[in-house]
Design a protein around this ligand. Structure first.
Ligand SMILES: [Zn+2]
Length: 342
């Protein structure tokens, strides 16, 4: 199991997050927001393998790159395209899909499922390329209890924050995994073999018996003896919201004990009034959240273009670092910031 991420977009410009998960059996790609030009640097094959596209909200700087994504995925045969976002996402994406002329589409593949995350429920609709995306096929709504995806490999949780309009923040958490302890194998005089696969595979019943070196064990006994539990990694994505009481509580609950928190820091603390007026966060507020939630690491992104990439960026980092020392800018920005003597 592994989870890794990449921040797309330059400092002071549109930004987004790409998460790659390798479960050992399957690869997943999750994209969070889709601002202008952000996908241009990715390989075609990578864009065409994005399983889920999550929008925080639909301000232009978070959505202007959608057509690029659409062009590479509208007729995807390998798997459906899932899109998630706040209330109104179905309407916006449907309008976008219908914003082009489609003909010669008879029988072509391409299934899209678009999901509105409302405070109480998730509304979903399907659209088909073969129908020129004309018809909206409603899917039965499901209750929203905080988790929007939960499969055997990872889960995605969401909360709705206040950006005057709803802005959705997300957390991805890998499921815990189990490895065979080499030490325990040696200690118990077990020989390596295909049977170890059964020990790790929980689809096999724990009462099933296995013989090793003339001794009979149940899978339960072997699991207790040989498996090491490995906690899954976690990444959160929070952008565009005001630091009011409700958003603060919801954001803190979402990122509790999260390994990596990627959070907007649109403004410096000196511009806190501006942050409030525009329903955004300051560096200090982002750091306060990370600290109160016992996060592992904070990565600041989505910085206002008003700041210079030398002393201003350093100031933002210091403001946050005073409260939460484990604060960084994205690795992807290192070159650009360093060039400017940061
Ligand atoms: Zn916004």
């Amino acid at each position: 199991m592994s989870i890794e991420f990449k921040i797309l977009g330059r400092p002071g410009r549109d930004n987004a997050l790409l998460v790659r998960i390798n479960s050992g059996k399957k690869y997943y790609r999750l994209l969070f927001d889709c601002g202008e030009g952000l996908l241009n640097g990715l390989k075609y094959s990578e864009i065409a393998s994005i399983d889920h596209l999550f929008f925080s909200h639909f301000h232009l700087d978070h959505a202007a790159g959608f057509d690029y994504f659409l062009r590479r995925n509208y007729d995807r045969a390998s798997k459906p395209v899932y899109v998630w976002g706040p209330e109104g996402t179905i309407k916006i994406i449907h309008n976008r899909l219908r914003g082009f002329t489609w003909n010669l589409v008879d029988g072509i593949p391409g299934t899209w499922q678009v999901n509105d995350i409302n405070s109480q429920s998730i509304l979903s609709s399907k659209f088909y390329a073969s129908e020129s995306f004309a018809k909206k096929h409603r899917v039965k709504p499901s209750p929203f209890n905080g988790t929007i995806i939960d499969n055997g490999d990872f889960k995605v949780e969401a909360v709705i924050l206040n950006h005057i309009i709803p802005s959705v923040a997300y957390r991805i958490t890998e499921k815990e995994s189990f490895n065979i302890s080499k030490k325990a194998l040696v200690k118990g005089n077990f020989l390596q073999g295909n049977w170890l696969g059964m020990v790790k595979d929980f689809s096999f019943d724990e009462n099933e018996k296995i013989s090793s070196e003339g001794k009979l064990y149940t899978l339960k006994e072997l699991r207790n003896l040989l498996l090491i539990r490995q906690k899954g990694g976690s990444i959160s994505y929070l952008t565009d919201f005001i630091y009011d009481r409700a958003s603060k509580t919801k954001a803190r609950n979402l990122i509790k004990d999260c390994e990596t928190v990627i959070c907007e820091s649109q403004y410096s603390t000196d511009d806190a009034e501006l942050a409030k007026r525009n329903f955004h966060l300051t560096a200090t507020q982002a750091a306060g959240l990370a600290k109160s939630a016992n996060a592992g690491k904070l990565i600041l992104f989505h910085i206002s273009e008003r700041y210079k990439k030398n002393e201003d960026y350093l100031r933002l980092l210091n403001e946050a670092g005073e409260i939460f020392p484990n604060t960084f800018f994205p690795d992807e920005w290192r070159k650009e910031l360093k060039r400017r003597k940061l």
